[in-house]
Design a protein. Structure first.
Length: 553
């Protein structure tokens, strides 16, 4: 990701200088206050990930609370720093959670000694596993892609984001933009928490010159809210009539996806409610009418349904349903249904028990598409992780990436219609010259026969084994020996995908911490992060011919 456009959080080097000794006001064994200096832009907060959350209330000079945030403030060591922009903040009221009898006195915690005031915050990459060509946040935690749209030559990607740590918490909408789906520029935060709750997943639509965002306000209950941007999606003003949609019958009521239905001449909204999807319609984006529900007895119901999408491809409607847990290899995954939609009701064309997965890797979740993509394309991004271990993967400065952008289509196999998934054409633009050996960022194209075995390895003996079996119509990837797999028992695994016929060519995308394999015709996709101690530099292929292209940004 480019590092030139995060307007408020960029610097070439860390220049934190203590303006004064940070002296907490200790009020109890779990309670302290901190008065803010105003001579600098940021207070750099030291984080220790193994600690419990400290709940922080930020007050202005009139003792009005302006923000709440949860930070794992360092007790006896510092893993990294996160910036808090002062913006008139005068006092932090801090409550530590957990049993502190083994931690010492609050006033002796290392966080007070290590806090720094600074006018800048360093986002220079410090991570061995930072991807070369996949989108990542500059720092902090990222999960679901949100509100993606295309307007005036720019792709906008919002995402679930924690600016105050590299684990899930403090959900806001981060924001990145791109002109080519590959090179992303970080933008300031788009939507921040308010008194209705954290900002959970949602969508954006363009309505004339306005960009309208819909998102879940996750407070004591989950409700749906709206915000409007007059500057192309850079900044938003929340609607004074929020929330615009509520319920009282299910606790999981979230992730609104809105689109203009040209056939029905209405706005439609689909959201997740427990283990079903609910569909609404509106004439003005403010008043919503319930139309129908879909999901009872259809597909996989092993977990909560989340992050829906609904769109038309080649005369048929596709309903995307992300589910956690319940994936084919445990944890998170994306299933989908194909059928017809009349603006009120979605009718699936498959039998209820048929389950179709968009990707057969372990790390493919929260898939949604860009609104208003050019040339009637249906371009999707997903979160390249799994809730089973997302908070524990071996990075600290940031956690999680998006997979490479992909275009969807349809294909027929037997009596069923399936989604085809291919890397977006923009990926060809960064395909460099041919090389003899794999590099840390490359594309491997393999022309395969009936049986093929592909081994990526390094000099440390770490390897990823891929097999294609034409007779079984199956492709598999084994990452049990891929590198660091120690952080979770659920991480080392072998994943297997149906190929729906014969594969002639595989496209395999390798980055510093991921491998994505595709049937070149789009009938199979598999996404699996890996964490090798050294890049894979050795390729062995049996039953096929490989060409390796270096990927350059």
């Amino acid at each position: 990701m480019k590092k030139s456009c995060l307007l408020t959080l960029m610097a070439v080097m860390l220049t934190g200088v203590a303006l004064a000794q940070v002296k907490p006001i200790v009020l109890g064994d779990k309670h302290a206050m901190l008065k803010m200096e105003q001579a600098s832009r940021y207070l750099l907060l030291p984080v220790q990930e193994s600690e419990d959350i400290a709940a922080i209330a930020v007050l202005d000079n009139h003792n009005n609370m302006v923000q709440r945030l949860n930070v794992k403030l360092a007790i006896d060591r510092v893993d990294y720093y996160v910036p808090y922009e002062l913006k008139g903040a005068c006092l932090m009221d801090i409550e530590f959670h957990g049993d502190r009898r083994q931690k010492g006195a609050v006033g002796e915690f290392v966080c007070w000694k290590e806090m720094k005031y600074s006018d800048t915050f360093d986002t220079t990459n410090r991570e061995h596993f930072r991807p070369v060509y996949h989108h990542t946040p500059l720092y902090g935690w990222m999960n679901d892609p949100n509100g993606m749209f295309y307007k005036d030559g720019v792709w906008h990607l919002y995402f679930q984001y924690n600016p105050y740590g590299s684990q899930w918490e403090n959900m806001t909408w981060g924001h990145s933009t791109s002109k080519d789906l590959i090179h992303w520029e970080a933008q300031p935060l788009a939507l921040e928490m308010d008194w209705l709750g954290s900002i959970f997943s949602g969508s954006c639509v363009t309505n004339g010159n306005d960009v309208v965002a819909f998102y879940t306000s996750a407070g004591h209950h989950q409700t749906q809210s709206m915000a409007v941007s007059k500057d192309g999606g850079r900044t938003f003003e929340k609607y004074s009539g929020n929330p615009v949609l509520t319920t009282n019958d299910v606790p999981d009521f979230r992730d609104p996806n809105v689109f203009w239905n040209e056939e029905a001449k209405v706005w439609n909204l689909i959201l997740a409610a427990g283990q079903e999807m609910r569909i609404y319609s509106s004439k003005d984006l403010k008043e919503w009418t319930y139309e129908s529900s879909f999901g009872k007895e259809y597909g996989n119901h092993s977990g909560v349904w989340e992050c829906p999408d609904l769109f038309k491809i080649d005369g048929k409607w596709v309903l995307i349903c992300n589910i956690n847990p319940g994936g084919p290899f445990g944890g998170s995954a994306t299933q989908y249904f194909i059928g017809q939609f009349d603006g009120k009701k979605f009718t699936c064309e498959s039998m209820p028990k048929v389950t179709k997965w968009m990707d057969y890797g372990k790390d493919h979740y929260a898939t949604v598409s860009f609104y208003n993509a050019p040339d009637n394309r249906r371009v999707v991004l997903a979160w390249m992780s799994n809730w089973q271990y997302a908070n524990q993967v071996p990075t600290k400065q940031f956690r999680s990436a998006n997979y490479v952008p992909r275009d969807l289509g349809l294909f027929q196999f037997g009596e069923e219609t399936y989604l085809s998934v291919v890397p977006s054409k923009e990926m060809l633009a960064i395909r460099g010259g041919k090389v003899k050996e794999p590099t840390e960022a490359c594309e491997i194209v393999v022309d395969v026969k009936n049986q093929a075995e592909i081994i990526l390895s390094n000099t440390k003996g770490e390897e990823v084994l891929m097999r294609y079996d034409a007779a079984k119509q199956a492709f598999s990837m084994d990452r049990t020996k891929s590198g660091d797999v120690s952080f979770s028992e659920a991480f080392p695994c072998e994943t297997t995908a149906p190929t729906y016929g014969q594969i002639k060519q595989l496209r395999i995308f390798v980055d510093r911490c991921s491998i994505e394999a595709f049937d070149a015709e789009g009938k199979m996709a598999m996404t699996n992060p890996v964490f090798p101690s050294d890049p894979y530099s050795i390729l062995k292929v049996k039953g096929g011919k490989a060409t390796i292209y270096e990927i350059t940004k």
